[in-house]
Design a protein around this ligand. Structure first.
Ligand code: NAP
Length: 494
């Protein structure tokens, strides 16, 4: 399986350390091309240019990676937690040291503006830092005994091999959020990155190796997901699966995990409502609305899709929001615009379909509404007002720079509409009334509620959704739960 390394990918000419753009998968501590020696092309969505070829592993290679991860598990789980934590800490430091190269790799393959890519590298690294510290927190709890002469304890033990499947929109942070927790808990990792953005994960593998991750502890297996992940789902040695991506694939994995009773964390789609009440600070509401809609070019599970605005302030909000949206700069991520390209043609078509559908049903176009001249995968920041509730955009994730606004008359109506979705990841509220903040936050069926601000994520908070936005939480101490199981021990000392 070992093949000669073809060297750094050609499409990343600006890297200080070109060796970070590796085109081979990382398995058992070696860089491998896979038995078939097949490859997949990775392109820059801003230009369509090929960045390089990455190894396309198959089901047999995925099983070899599983052997490696399983073989490495015992020693990794037995390592002193402070030693595991020290490796995670060195990995965090390596990410900081190579921040600019990691950001450039991400912008090239994902398309996001370089400032956002730098922000994601900092965010991604923060999970390694956080879990480096969590690794050494006590994982044994004494319980006051309910039995005479008995001593009872609860131990948290690592589950074994964890499969981590990550999406293209946050190619570094989704991997470190999972891997930091899994490795700190004492699990070994099989990672499958999205095929559009494998270089970011491979660069992290290179830095992890330098940080001292032992062979087999962290593996990055690139290639066709159904084949690779399919092999892992069938094998009972994979004890935990942590997936971030679409609700469609999440459902599939949930069903497949049943045969071997795997633990699952599912971070799935979102369809965030953004509520603006008549007493909101309007400057702030408009500024935060722009962030909530257009960050990551709208390709964010936390992206606001539905803006519900009190009728009394509706027209003013629409005018100011559309003016701010129309002023956003669109261009290639390397030029650091506000909005970069979308990931592929299907993503652009979805914007077109949602806009067409809303206009056909009577919505008003306030700005945008078409592809952008910057290139085939660019779409103009778009704002639609008076969007009827039966429009697709009010019920489906748009995943792009299109905002839909509707007016509401009462708080009860706004909350009911916000909750009228199968998703439940995040909801945004803008109001200055403390009683309304309490009432509405309580009534929201969302895993996260952001009040008068947009950025709420970070390593110490539990990230995750309700309903069909997923299962389980990532980040925070709760992020360790999927990767550990509880053992209850009762000792008689009479
Ligand atoms: P996706 O198509 O579900 O892909 C996500 C990952 O699953 C990729 O690694 C993909 O690999 C793999 N995959 C695809 N088909 C599979 C299959 N049949 N079996 C096993 N794995 C499979 O999602 P996406 O389009 O990349 O990401 C966008 C979605 O992610 C949105 O819905 C967004 O809301 C959600 N998201 C959620 C969060 C959160 O934390 N809740 C965060 C970010 C994104 P390939 O690329 O090789 O197909």
């Amino acid at each position: 399986m070992l093949q000669p390394d073809p060297g750094p990918a050609r499409g990343f000419p600006d890297l200080d350390r070109p060796e970070l753009a590796r085109g081979l998968a990382y398995v058992g501590g070696a860089w491998v091309a896979g038995a078939r020696r097949a490859s997949l092309s990775v392109t820059d969505p801003a230009t369509g240019a090929t960045l390089g070829e990455v190894a396309r592993l198959d089901a047999a290679d995925a099983c070899a990676a599983l052997e490696a991860a399983h073989g490495a598990w015992g020693a990794w789980a037995a390592m002193l937690p402070q030693d595991r934590g020290a490796i995670l800490r060195r990995w965090f430091e390596a990410m900081r040291e190579h921040r600019e190269d990691l950001a450039r790799i991400m912008t090239a393959e994902q398309g996001k503006p370089i400032s956002e890519a730098r922000g994601e590298i900092d965010y991604a690294a923060s999970f390694l830092e956080f879990y480096a510290e969590e690794a050494r927190r006590p994982n044994i709890e004494g319980i006051t005994s309910h039995l005479p002469d008995a001593e009872v304890e609860l131990w948290r033990e690592p589950v074994g091999v964890a499969a981590l499947i990550t999406p293209w929109n946050f190619p570094s942070a989704m991997l470190t959020r999972k891997a930091g927790a899994a490795l700190a808990a004492g699990c070994t990792v099989l990672a499958h990155p999205a095929s559009q953005t494998p270089y970011s994960a491979l660069a992290l593998a290179e830095l992890g190796e330098r940080a001292g991750l032992p062979a087999g502890v962290f593996n990055v297996v690139t290639g066709d997901a159904p084949e690779i992940v399919g092999a892992w789902m069938q094998d009972s040695r994979v004890r935990a699966v942590s997936f971030t991506g679409s609700t469609r694939v999440g459902r599939l994995l949930y069903a497949r995990g049943a045969d071997t009773i795997k633990r699952l964390v599912l971070e799935l789609g979102g369809h965030a409502p953004f509520l603006v009440f008549e007493d909101a600070d309007m400057d702030r509401a408009v500024a935060e609305a722009v962030k909530a809609k257009f960050a990551t070019s709208g390709q964010d599970c936390l992206g606001a899709n539905r803006f519900l605005v009190a009728r009394a302030v509706h027209d003013g909000f629409c005018a100011r929001f559309a003016e701010a949206a129309a002023a956003l700069r669109v261009g290639a991520g390397a030029d650091d615009p506000d909005i970069g390209p979308l990931i592929d043609e299907a993503a652009v078509r979805k914007q077109e379909e949602h806009v067409r559908d809303a206009l056909d049903r009577g919505a008003r176009l306030l700005c945008g509404g078409a592809r952008h001249r910057a290139g085939p995968l660019f779409y103009q920041p778009t704002v639609l007002a008076d969007v009827p509730w039966d429009a697709r955009i009010m019920h489906e994730e748009t995943f792009g720079p299109v905002a839909a606004i509707a007016a509401f008359d009462t708080e009860a109506e706004a909350v009911a509409r916000a909750n009228d979705t199968e998703y439940g990841l995040v909801a945004y509220l803008h109001t200055q009334d403390p009683r309304r903040i309490y009432r509405a936050s309580r009534a929201m069926r969302f895993g996260m509620v952001a009040v008068n601000r947009t950025k709420v994520t970070g390593a110490p908070i539990p990230f995750g959704g309700m309903k069909q936005s997923g299962l389980g939480r990532e980040g925070s101490r709760l992020g360790l739960e999927a990767f550990t199981e509880v053992k209850y021990v009762c000792r008689d000392w009479a």
